[in-house]
Every structure is written in C-alpha cells, then in structure tokens.
Design a protein around this ligand. Structure first.
Ligand SMILES: Cc1cc2nc3c(=O)[nH]c(=O)nc-3n(C[C@H](O)[C@H](O)[C@H](O)COP(=O)(O)OP(=O)(O)OC[C@H]3O[C@@H](n4cnc5c(N)ncnc54)[C@H](O)[C@@H]3O)c2cc1C
Length: 687
C-alpha cells in the first residue's frame, strides 16, 4: 500500500545517508561560496516577483504567453538596471525564470555581436542604448530557405554610394528571415546577416544593425514586413515570439555595417578582415554559455527524478538496498532497483562533468577574447572547434537525459507538473539552434584533419587538446597498441581512462584523414561521404575533453595550492572521484564498439569494465540525494510537484491537479452539446 505520509520520511531518511558536506559540494560546483550566495540572491529576487509566478503557464495560449513574455522581459530589464546586475547575474535570472523570453537574444546575441564585431565608435554608439534598453535587439541570421549554410543567405545589403547607405533586400521569397527570437513583436532593432554587395560584387555575409520598429509607436518601418512564425513544437518557446521579416529595398546608413574586422569606406572600398574567422568570437560565446546551461538543465532533471524515485515505491522485491531500517513491510523504493540506478546515476555523474566543462569552456572563451583584443589569433581555431564539438555533444546528452528522467518517473513523469515537460520543450531545440548538432560536428572534424597534417609534418606545433594524434604517427606501434588494464581496479585510474579516450580519438581522426587522402584530398573528395565519421570523431573528442576536464577539476579541488573557491573537502573529493570514474567508464561502456573494433580492448577488459560500472553505480546509491541537493536548485526553480525538496510528491501532485480549470465545474463544458445527445440517442435509460 502506498502511503503519502511516507514520502517525506523517505527523502529525509535518504538525506541522513549523505556522507559529505553538501555546502562544500555546492561551493565546488559553482566556484566558491560567494558565487553560490549570489546565485541564491538572484533566484530569490525573481521568485519574489509575482510576474514570474509559473502557476498558470500550462493554460496560456501562444498569444497570451507572448504578452506575458513581454511583460516578464520588461521586468527582467528593469531588475537588471535597478540592481546593476552583470551578465552572469542576468543569466542566473534567466535560469530562475526558466523560460525563453523575447528579450533573451538582446543580451544573449545582439549586444555580444555588436561588442565583438563593432568598431569602437559603433560600440560607443549602440551599446549604451542597448544596455539601458532604449533599443531592444535580436539576431537575424536564419532565413526561410537557409540556416546552416551561411554562404547561401539570400538577403542582400547593396552599397548605394550616392546616399552613403545600404539597401537591405529580401531578394526572393525564401530570403525572409525566419525563427528570429524577439523579432515577432518586441524588438526595435536586429543585427542582420546579409550578403554585402558593392558595384555588383558579392563579398559574402556581413552583419548590419537594422532598425525594425519605430521608437515612437513601435510600428514596423515602411519597407519591412515583420511578424511571428507561430507556435512551436511541444508547446515550447511559447513566450518567445520567434519572428519573420522581409525587407523591400530598405535603406540604412553605411555606418550600420559592423566594421571591427571588415570595413567599407565612403567611396565603397572594401577592406577584408585580417583573419577569415575573426567574427567567430560571438558564436563561441553563445556555444560556451550553452554548455553551462546544459549542466543546469540536466542537474535539474536528475534532481527531480532522484527525489521522486526515492519516495516512489513499487513491488515488494528484495534489493541490496532494502530500507529495512525504516519499515520492512513497505514496498521497495524504486531508486533501489539496480536497473533504475543504472539509468539515473550515470546522468548525475554527467551533470557534474557538465559543470566542470562549462567552467573550462568559459575560461577558454575568455582567453580567446583576451588574445583577440591584442591581435593574437593563436587559439581561435581550437576554441572554435572545441566549442562546436562540445555544443553538439552536451546539448545532445542533456536533451536525451531530460527525456530519460521523464521515463524514469513512470506515468507521473508525463505530467506537466513534474517540471520536466516544460524543460524538455525548452531544451530540445538546443540540438538545432546555434548550429545543428550534426552539421556542427564537421567543424571539429575539419580542425582535426588539419591537426593530423601538422602532427605528421611539424609535431611540435600540434595544439594541446590534439596531442593525442602524435601517438598514431608510428603506424605499426599504434595498430598494435592495447589497453593497459589488467586488474578491474586499473579502470579506476584516470590516466588509464584518458589514455583510452585518447587512443580512440587518435584512431578515428587518423582514419578519417587517411580516408580523405585516399579519395584525393580535401579538394577532390566528396566531403559529405565522410560526415558520419565527422560526427563520430567530434563526439569522441568532446567526450575526451569532458573526461579530462572533470578529472582536472577534481585534481585542482584536491590541490592545496588551488585558490580556495575551487577546492573541496576530502569527503567531497572521494565522492567526486567516484562520479568522475562513473562518468568516464559509463561513457566508454555505451561506446564500447569504438574501443573494440581495432582490438584495443580484449573481451576480458570489456567484462571487467561493465563490472566496474555496476559497482560504481552501487557505490553512489547512498549519496544520490545528497548529490542532487548539492546542485542547489530551489523549489521555485524546479517548479516540480514530484521533485520538491520536502519529498511530498503525492500531496503536491494532487494539489496541482486541483488547479486544473476543468475542475472548476462539476459538469464539464460540452455536456449539453455533445455527451448528453449521444447518451440519449436511443431514449431515456433507467438503471
Ligand atoms: C527555437 C529556435 C530558435 C531559433 N532562434 C534563432 C534566432 O534567434 N536567430 C536566427 O538567426 N536563427 C534562429 N534559429 C534558427 C537556427 O539557428 C537554425 O534553424 C539552425 O542553425 C539549423 O539550421 P537549418 O534550420 O538551416 O537546418 P538545416 O541545415 O536545413 O537542417 C536540416 C537537416 O539537414 C541536415 N543537414 C544540413 N546540412 C547538412 C550537411 N552539410 N551534412 C549533413 N546533414 C546536413 C541537418 O542535420 C538537419 O537534419 C532558431 C531555431 C530554433 C529551433
């Protein structure tokens, strides 16, 4: 028999088993106590504002939702200014709001693009206006006919020398800008990607600041047709008015082209950028931010399911973790089933790895921008490729993980009130925007192909994260290389794990390079024939750096010389090491074919690997609730009946169902119109 009153006790009991300090772990995850405090402060700011209340969200239609989204956006802007919050705080506010709002691309893309691609004068002109929200911007690249293929965009910006203007034109029907977040209703300006044309010559896509709506009455300017593209999949993004725009020979001043790198003079002379990929900075930023966002999403999903599965009881089957200490007559907590643990705990480990990856990726981005500001482009290619590979991999596992968390929770998992449904709808398009996850993997593959060439000609010049390529230089030795694991415990050595990932990356990259060479080199080969291999190597590389960064972050946390914010207590380190092992070994396990097809692993190693994963999963069990508590997601943010911190899942689910508007009437709408006529079709019935 299920007992609602047991829920609370179960979660409380599980917490007593935690044998590390949760505050210490939270501090490790967020980079110190000050960051944790600031995040809590910001989330609380949002939670206290009635406009951000989430209770009626499931019942809003798109029109009402967009209006709410605009109201929320406005308040968000006001709070940012009132409290003089920085970009990280803004990101935390967005995290707390937990919805995509019309204003997000203003701070997330419009400002960063101007900052990274605008000249000093342009930054001086546009950024103060944008920061005070006197103008509201969006980022317009995608068109009806093209998204991924930037080179085939059909919107043109033609230089009109007489008036010193650009004429922006949607040259065809398919040139209409499409999907643009914020464009449908709220924004006044857009940074628009358009092909730059001077005297009939096409210089490719460039970025222009384009006024869209009047600052007096918000009407679109003559020459622009603008609107909302309509509702989106799974009810997601419903407060965001993703929009379309068509330009009909619409004029803007020449200075509205962003001219930090490419320039066009008054007399129409074009100066090309010193490096073709200099404009990648803002893309790297957006992708880097996404890695951290995925950590926050997956950690929320695992928090909700871990707590619910701790209080959910089903069958009376013996398991190794039967809670006889509470009450032996109760059914088994489903979190005790090894099958459930095997699905859930690797995702907790992944969430921790994603936190570490988010931090390092952001540091790489900051390093890149510091270099670029002084003209140093040394790390550009590596950071661009790494952020592309990680974006593709991390958004893939986070979206799949959120769905797995739903399935883990059985039937109730499909209720909107889990807090997961809304999150899932928000998270899945991350696999598509900021570069389709499949197309994006070609970036890392192309980069590695160049690195293979460098490794073979000037090995000293190989970049840090591609050093593994050097081991494949001696072909004979590499083909005969075998994994060093002898005893099962050897799997727990991070250096062994890293060697395993490095071997796979070196093999896949070298094989891809050899295949391209065999087909006559990059110029002669049919590149799309190699794209399946591109995906494989890119995700393999992403997995390698994820494992590496998690291992390094724990090594740093243990090192007394590391700054205090990044250190952790020995108890926390112990459990972090288990998580890191689980993350690495589980990742190997689900990609086992990659490690066996060249006989790098032998059958005994495969078996001992599986045994280690199983035993690591078991070793997390008592810590699971503590580990998700350490993510520090408050109830307001989780917005979950099943995953609230007190564990009262059944009561909350019941209470939430009572808020369903259908339940306000004893007899439903439509009874007289439809149900009664059907029931009475064959006359009155007396039973
Ligand atoms: C919620 C959401 C918000 C968005 N917001 C914005 C925004 O604010 N501003 C903006 O400019 N855009 C925005 N976009 C658009 C988004 O950036 C693009 O949709 C995305 O980059 C994918 O491009 P695409 O639509 O052209 O896909 P396509 O490239 O047409 O992809 C279609 C399919 O073809 C495959 N494919 C394409 N090319 C190749 C290839 N070379 N090799 C193998 N497979 C290939 C893809 O994998 C995919 O399966 C948004 C999209 C969404 C869903």
């Amino acid at each position: 028999m299920a007992q609602a009153s047991q829920n609370k006790k179960d979660l409380a009991q599980a917490r007593t088993k935690t044998n590390f300090d949760i505050t210490d772990m939270t501090n490790y995850l967020y980079g110190g106590a000050a960051n944790v405090e600031q995040r809590r402060y910001i989330i609380d700011l949002i939670a206290r504002e009635p406009i951000f209340n989430k209770d009626d969200w499931p019942w809003l239609n798109h029109t009402d939702a967009v209006k709410r989204g605009i109201a929320m956006s406005t308040r968000l802007a006001e709070i940012k200014m009132e409290h003089e919050l920085n970009d990280l705080d803004f990101a935390t506010m967005v995290e707390a709001i937990d919805d995509t709002l019309p204003i997000l691309l203003h701070n997330g893309a419009f400002i960063p693009v101007i900052n990274s691609q605008g000249s000093d004068e342009q930054i001086e002109k546009w950024i103060p206006l944008a920061e005070k929200y006197q103008i509201i911007g969006c980022y317009a690249q995608t068109e009806l006919g093209h998204g991924s293929n930037l080179s085939q965009l059909e919107t043109t910006a033609t230089f009109v020398q007489d008036t010193d203007e650009w004429e922006i034109n949607s040259t065809t029907f398919t040139a209409a800008k499409w999907w643009i977040g914020g464009l449908g209703a709220m924004c006044t300006h857009a940074v628009v990607q358009a092909k730059l044309i001077i005297a009939g010559k096409d210089y490719g896509a460039h970025v222009f600041v384009v006024p869209i709506r009047s600052l007096d009455n918000h009407k679109p300017f003559p020459g622009i047709q603008v609107g909302d593209i309509g509702p989106k999949a799974y009810g997601g993004f419903n407060k965001m008015e993703n929009g379309f725009a068509r330009f009909n020979k619409y004029r803007i001043p020449r200075e509205n082209m962003l001219m930090r790198f490419s320039k066009v003079s008054r007399d129409g002379v074009y100066t090309k950028p010193p490096h073709a990929k200099l404009s990648y900075g803002s893309m790297v930023l957006l992708r880097s931010v996404l890695i951290r966002q995925m950590a926050l999403y997956l950690s929320r999903a695992t928090t909700i399911s871990t707590r619910y599965l701790t209080v959910r009881r089903q069958f009376n089957n013996p398991t190794k973790r039967n809670d006889a200490d509470i009450n032996p007559s109760l059914e088994t907590q489903v979190i005790n089933y090894p099958m459930v643990q095997n699905r859930l705990f690797p995702m907790i480990a992944q969430s921790y790895a994603l936190f570490a990856a988010g931090t390092v990726m952001m540091e790489m981005y900051i390093g890149l921008m510091t270099g670029l500001s002084s003209g140093n482009i040394d790390t550009l290619a590596e950071v661009h490729a790494t952020s592309s590979a990680l974006k593709s991999y991390c958004t893939t596992i986070a979206a799949a993980g959120a769905e797995e968390c739903r399935k883990l929770m059985g039937g109730h998992g499909y209720s909107y009130f889990t807090g997961l449904a809304h999150m899932f709808a928000s998270i899945v398009p991350s696999n598509t925007y900021e570069g389709d996850n499949y197309v994006l993997t070609q970036q890392m593959a192309r980069y590695l192909l160049k690195e293979v060439k460098i490794a073979r000609t000037i090995p000293d010049k190989v970049t840090p994260y591609s050093k593994y390529l050097l081991q494949a230089l001696n072909k004979e030795a590499f083909v005969n290389a075998r994994c060093s694991v002898i005893k099962a415990e050897d799997w727990l050595n991070p250096d062994v794990q890293l060697a395993v990932f490095e071997h796979r990356c070196a093999r896949l990259a070298t094989e891809l390079s050899d295949a391209v060479d065999a087909a006559g080199g990059m110029e002669a080969t049919t590149w799309s024939d190699h794209n399946i291999e591109c995906y494989r190597i890119s995700h393999a590389h992403a997995q390698y750096v994820m494992v590496l960064w998690f291992v390094q972050s724990i090594r740093d946390a243990r090192n007394p010389e590391t700054e205090e914010e990044r250190r952790a207590s020995p108890e926390a380190i112990l459990i972090l090491e288990r998580l890191s092992n689980l993350h690495a070994l589980h990742t190997i396990q689900i990609n086992l074919a990659d490690f066996t097809e060249d006989a790098y692993f032998n059958p005994a190693q495969c078996q001992s690997l599986r045994a280690q994963v199983k035993s690591l999963v078991e070793s997390i069990a008592d810590q699971a609730v503590g580990l998700v508590d350490a993510f520090d997601h408050p109830d307001f943010l989780l917005a979950s009946a099943l995953g609230a911190s007190d564990g009262e899942a059944y009561q909350r689910l019941w209470d939430k169902a009572q808020t369903e508007p259908l339940n306000r009437r004893e007899v439903c709408d439509g009874y007289e119109e439809y149900i009664r006529p059907l029931l009475k079709k064959h006359g009155e019935l007396k039973l």
